[in-house]
Design a protein around this ligand. Structure first.
Ligand code: 5RP
Length: 224
């Protein structure tokens, strides 16, 4: 069962959490398993505080008794645990099917360690088959769609969807993603694009569970 694997990966990652930590909580169904597991540990006396990457994760965490701080006042997080849509051996990830990639990337960047949790279906040889979500300022939507089309991104505006910040998500599908760093640079240079789901430097490790067996992947060094 995929849910059992999501939970197994989440439990393995939450085992890294120690008393006193400030923990970043990701978004999505796998991250929700981590939040629930963390909630169980908090109920047993674990002393942590957390920041969240979405309103949905914040609601769940609060319901479970986890103390949530306003990230606007936080410069450094100890450990962030989040899901992914694809993750490869380089610890390159595509995120954002759940639309929270902008906050997720900011929280990940602020974290001393960022760990992805996933079931085995997310593990790929090289990232690139998943849609790449881009957060777009509504004011810039027509211009950004034109610019993305020019890059060969085959952009599609996510229907009836706004991020927690009130922005649009445009899902892109590149024919190939041979050079993800070049693609990230291209996207970052388009005015009106506020963020995207390519996580090339943020992920330090991943716990990936397949048929109940959890494998840990650690970033080994500089990757291209
Ligand atoms: C949200 C994300 C999610 O972490 C990602 O989409 C994985 O979600 P799920 O665990 O539900 O498959 O990046 O923006």
């Amino acid at each position: 069962m995929i849910d059992d694997d999501k939970k197994a990966a989440a439990v393995a990652a939450v085992a890294e959490v120690r008393d006193g930590m400030l923990v970043g909580l990701g978004t999505g169904s796998t991250a929700a398993f981590a939040i629930r597991t963390l909630g169980e540990r908090v109920a047993l006396g674990l002393q942590i505080r957390a920041v969240v990457t979405s309103e949905a994760s914040g609601k769940l965490a609060r319901e479970l008794g986890i103390e949530i701080l306003d990230f606007a006042a936080i410069a450094q997080v100890d450990l962030t645990i989040d899901g992914a849509d694809e993750i490869d051996a380089r610890c390159f990830a595509i995120k954002g099917a759940g639309g929270a990639m902008l906050r997720e990337k900011i929280v990940a960047a602020s974290s001393a360690r960022m760990v992805v949790i996933a079931d085995g279906s997310k593990r790929v040889d090289r990232i690139g088959a998943a849609k790449l979500p881009v957060e777009v300022l509504p004011f810039a939507s027509a211009y950004v769609m034109r610019a993305l089309t020019d890059t060969g991104a085959a952009p599609v505006i996510r229907h009836n969807y706004r991020t927690d910040q009130g922005n649009l998500v445009v899902d892109c599908h590149f024919a190939t993603l041979e050079d993800p760093r070049a693609t990230a640079t291209t996207l970052a240079a388009i005015p009106g694009i506020l963020g995207h789901g390519l996580f090339l430097d943020e992920v330090d490790a991943a716990y990936i569970a397949t048929s109940g067996v959890v494998t840990r992947l650690e970033r080994t060094g500089a990757s291209d």
